[in-house]
Structure formats: C-alpha cells, structure tokens
Design a protein around this ligand. Structure first.
Ligand code: BTN
Length: 315
C-alpha cells in the first residue's frame, strides 16, 4: 500500500486523503497511518488541512518502496527486506534460505554490527555503505559455484561504471578495487551436498558514501572518496541488481562464458606475475588462465598449479 501511496504522491502536487483512500480502497485513517510510517522512514511529506499530502523528498535508503521503480529483474529483488541495523545480512539471509524463502530474496541493511568478511575477518559496515545479501538456489554443481560470485563482482563493476567515471578492477578472487584500494568485497556462502547446491548466499559490501576508518584508509576506499561526490545508493543498488539478474539468467541457461569473459576483462590478470598467500605456502608464478570454476592456473617453479582460494598480489 505504501508503494502505491508514493506512486500517487509522486506527481508533486497535493493529493487529498480522500482521493488516496478511494484509489486504494481503504479508510482515510489507514492512509494517515501509512503516511506517518513513511515520514518515519525519512520521506518528507507535507500535510496541509483541506489540501491533503504532498511529497517533498524521498530518502536515499535501499527499501523496496524506493528500489522497485528502478528494477527490471525476473528473480533478484522481487522480495527485499531492509533493516536500519542488523548483525550481518549474510547471517539473516542464511536463516531465511534454510526456511526456503523465495529465490532472489534480498536482505539489506543501513549498517551491520557484525559484518563478516572472507576468512572470518570483520567487515566494517557503517552507515552510508551498501551492505546486502542475495539468496539463490542455483541448479549447478557445487564446484561451479564460483561463477555466481564472478557474476556478482561483474555486476558491481558494471553498475559503478554506469554511475561514475571510475574504472574499477576485479582482484581475484572477487574483490573490486579502485586505484588499488578495495571498494567492494563479496562473501559467498554455500550449503551443498556432493552434487547439488541447497542454497547460496552472496553477501556484497560496497563502500559508497560511508566513512573509512583510519586503520583502513591505506587499503580501502569508497565511491564518494574517489568521485568526490555523493552517490545515490538506491540507483547504484538497483543497477547492481538489474545486472546481477541478467547475469544469473545466463548461469541458469548454462552459459558461463559471457560472465567469465567480462570477469577476465575487468580482472586483467592473465599473463601477470602474482603471489598468492594460501593456508600453507605462498605461491608465486605466472597466471595462465582462470578456469570455469574460477580457479587460477599458475605456472610456478613447481609446475602448473591450480588455486581456488588465497590472498593474491601482483609482483
Ligand atoms: C570480503 O572479505 O572481502 C568480503 C566482505 C563481504 C561483506 C558483505 S557486507 C554484506 C554481507 N554481510 C556480511 O556480513 N558480509 C557481507
């Protein structure tokens, strides 16, 4: 109902409570209650006796009411749960996935108290950033799951390019960097059996307008720092989802090539000398390929090595 009220108020002029009530087939009191909720959400709605309500401004908050008019997706974002604050969107999304929530459901938060990064690291998630998780049930073998994370990182880069003049690059496995500093991290979590994925939760964290703490300033940056401009979270978010939805439809059709090609063009890693710090030993060598499972194929002093995870740096 709130979405419909916003649609009717969008015309800029006053709309009477009576007209809203008639159009939505509810009482004027019901309309008034929804207007109060919208005002609490941060919508600036003027209310004048005998004239009605007028929408003055909308908040840049990634709620469904704000995102929906920008979305043209088939699966991703049809259901979207927004929280001002949460422990971790991934934790909540996994709970929903276990309960069988619809595919494409998104959990998004204004800030996270216990944002999680890869390798159990803490992910700083203050207000002003974009912190969300997407729940998917892909019918692909678990060993191919990396293609979904690749699709996510490609979608983030596509959207940043569309909204800014920045040139983000992907750093294997799936960090997005601008001028060598991390602007986005992705944590994909999987519940799988040998031959099938039960669910996957793709957690995406993007530094948009948030501040970056002093301790992270050397390694992390934000869209706002790089462009020196405020970036609309709602529009950036909608474009990531539109792009991710399109890429996910390729995955559903078994077409991984276009995602791998886009990923390779943003990562620019083949033929480069790198070092990967793995759980065991650091490995150095020349990247020959990134296979369809997202693994690096490296020509090292010990011969050809295939790596699925680790911290990579160029040497
Ligand atoms: C990384 O270490 O690079 C991955 C960071 C992933 C952070 C995102 S923010 C939204 C989602 N919820 C979490 O707790 N983590 C992911």
């Amino acid at each position: 109902m709130r979405e419909k009220i916003l649609e009717l108020l969008n015309k800029k002029d006053f709309v009477s409570g009576n007209i809203l009530a008639t159009q939505l087939n509810v009482s004027r009191t019901a309309i008034w209650k929804q207007i109060k909720i919208l005002q609490n959400y941060g919508y600036d709605i003027e209310s004048v006796k005998n004239r009605g309500y007028r929408l003055i401004s909308r908040p840049d908050i990634p709620r469904y009411e704000e995102i929906s008019s920008y979305l043209n997706t088939e699966i991703i974002g049809k259901k979207l749960l927004y929280f001002d604050e949460i422990d971790s969107t991934n934790i909540y999304a996994k709970k929903l996935a276990k309960e069988g929530v619809s595919e494409g459901c998104i959990v998004v938060a204004g800030m996270q108290e216990k944002g999680r990064g890869r390798k159990d690291r803490i992910w700083s998630s203050p207000e002003g950033g974009l912190w969300f998780s997407v729940i998917l049930y892909p019918r692909i073998p678990p060993q191919n799951a990396m293609i979904i994370t690749m699709a996510a990182s490609v979608s983030v880069v596509d959207a940043i390019i569309k909204h800014t003049n920045l040139k983000p690059v992907i750093k294997w496995p799936n960090d997005v960097l601008v001028r060598g500093k991390k602007i986005c991290g992705i944590l994909t979590e999987l519940d799988a059996e040998m031959d099938r994925i039960n669910y996957t939760v793709i957690g995406i964290g993007i530094n948009v307008n948030n501040s970056i703490s002093k301790s992270l300033k050397d390694i992390a940056t934000s869209v706002k720092i790089e462009t020196k401009n405020y970036c609309s979270i709602v529009e950036l978010f909608a474009d990531i989802l539109n792009s991710f939805d399109k890429n996910y439809s390729f995955i559903k059709l078994g077409d991984f090539k276009c995602i791998r090609d886009a990923w390779l063009s943003y990562a620019n890693i083949i033929g480069k000398n790198i070092r990967v710090d793995t759980e065991n030993l650091p490995i150095e060598g020349l990247v020959i390929d990134v296979d369809s499972e997202g693994c690096l194929i490296i020509d090292s002093s010990k011969g050809k090595i295939r790596l699925s995870c680790g911290d990579m740096s160029f040497i």
